[in-house]
Design a protein around this ligand. Structure first.
Ligand code: GUN
Ligand code: ZN
Length: 443
């Protein structure tokens, strides 16, 4: 029997969507709480005064008083192989893919290279306070095997898939419609629901797949009713014009994916920046999700996502937050929210801190259909937890002296803080990272 861990500190967790119910009807904040963890689960959570009698005699609790305890953050769109090329100079999506991304991903033919990058990616993710990510591998199936093997060692709940691409890229990183289907199937059988790992069918984006490949991807999505699907959609204007040229028979970019049966529950579309009303309508009706990737959209000059319309327009769609590294520029979801806030402002809307923290936690979980497992601090949920230092830099510490309430304090975190604010990270009930002693489980 694994031992119980008891954490003490302030807790923040969501039970409803603040975009729908309003900020005040969406979250629980307990100023002084106890969180009991056992065998990877949260077994109890509540106010210290209420639960203190349940602390066994002589038991040493882990005291995080003065810190904030939240669910581990969730990243719904990220490319682990691009860890080696974050911050690559120059130009928009299509040139960036050709000049940097494709040569970078070609190196993942070597499984040991893939493993070493996966290790660094997972470490940086944990150090940023993120405990679940929906991840792109490369075209090579062993790049996905290496990723899941490393995630398994860490105990994280991760979603990952082999990239399907059978045209419009260098020969050395192309599969075929048939080999892509077979490799994906093999990986699903091996990894999907194997411990905490989940598989994602991953056509890179419409321009790099033939009709035959998209058809087989749709077939696979239909054959395994609980696997996930991820791809890119309406990110960049050059990309959209190219899709129009390549698929003149389809009425829109989204319709390409829809035609091949790739739009539905557990399908997560990265970006969706250049969206029409009909696109929101289709996504809403089919219960597909969007991953909003603000740092990437700014870095590649892709455009400004309309978060307000997606969440509260006529056709609401579930939205999670994506770092989209290496087009994105930070592992930190706080920094991702910083840019999300500014994009919302550019659209003439404001995003509150409460909405931001929702997107990074329960909102992300809902967009993946995993809200019964991760994304909130509740009895029975998986124990993936981040402990935050709210005074991680001198200026934040100073600034908070002038903050009047919780929402202002959270907003300051969202704008000024980053991975330095992560004090410790728990995965599956186990502490895997602690700034004290600079501990990381896999070092
Ligand atoms: N579209 C197709 N591939 C990619 C990628 O790797 N990154 C981003 N941002 N967009 C893409
Ligand atoms: Zn991406």
């Amino acid at each position: 029997m694994k031992k119980t861990t008891i954490l003490r500190g302030a807790t923040l967790s969501f039970y409803a969507d603040p975009f729908v119910e309003g900020d005040d009807n969406s979250y629980n904040f307990i100023k002084d709480a106890l969180v009991f963890l056992k065998e990877g689960e949260i077994t109890e959570i509540g106010a210290y005064e209420v639960l203190k009698n349940q602390i066994p005699e002589g038991f040493e609790i882990t005291d995080y008083s003065g810190h904030l305890i939240t669910p581990g953050f969730i990243d719904t769109h990220v490319h682990y192989p691009q860890t080696t090329m974050i911050g690559a100079y120059g130009q928009q999506l299509l040139e960036w893919l050709t000049n940097y991304t494709f040569p970078t991903e070609a190196k993942f033919k070597d499984k040991e290279h893939a493993r070493s990058v996966a290790k660094m990616f997972l470490k940086q993710t944990i150090k940023a306070g993120t405990t679940t990510s929906m991840v792109y591998g490369t075209v090579f199936k062993d790049s996905v095997n290496a990723f899941f093997e490393e995630s398994e060692k860490l105990g994280t709940r991760m979603l990952c898939g082999k990239v399907l691409m059978d045209r419009n890229a260098p020969e050395e990183i192309l599969d075929t419609a048939e080999s892509g289907y077979n490799d994906s199937k093999e990986l699903i059988e091996k990894w999907h629901n194997n411990g905490r790992q989940l598989y994602v069918i991953t056509p890179r984006f419409a321009p790099t797949s033939t009709r035959e490949q998209l058809k087989l991807a749709g077939k696979l999505f239909n054959e395994y009713p609980d696997v996930f699907m991820q791809t890119h959609l309406c990110e960049n204007e050059g990309e959209m014009a190219w899709v129009k040229e390549l698929f003149p028979e389809r009425k829109s970019y989204l319709d390409v994916y829809d035609h091949y049966g790739l739009v539905g529950k557990r399908a997560v579309f990265g970006h969706c920046v250049h969206f029409e009303d009909e696109d929101f309508e289709t996504m809403s009706k089919k219960e597909a999700s969007i991953s909003h990737c603000p740092t990437s959209n700014l870095f590649l000059g892709s455009g400004l996502f309309d978060l307000k319309k997606a969440k509260t327009g006529k056709h609401p769609v579930a939205v999670g937050l994506g770092t989209d590294l290496g087009a994105g520029t930070s592992f930190s979801q706080l920094q991702t929210l910083n840019e999300a806030y500014k994009i919302a402002e550019m659209r003439g809307n404001a995003m509150t801190a409460i909405q931001g923290y929702f997107l990074a936690t329960r909102g992300g979980a809902e967009s993946l259909g995993l809200e019964n497992k991760i994304g909130s601090l509740e009895k029975g949920m998986e124990a993936d937890i981040t402990i935050w230092d709210l005074t991680s830099t001198e200026i934040i510490d100073y600034r908070l002296e002038f903050a009047k309430d919780l929402e202002e304090k959270l907003f300051v975190q969202m704008i000024l803080a980053d991975d330095r604010a992560v004090h410790a990270t728990y995965v599956n009930g186990e502490k895997v990272y602690d700034t004290k002693n600079n501990y990381y489980k896999l070092d």
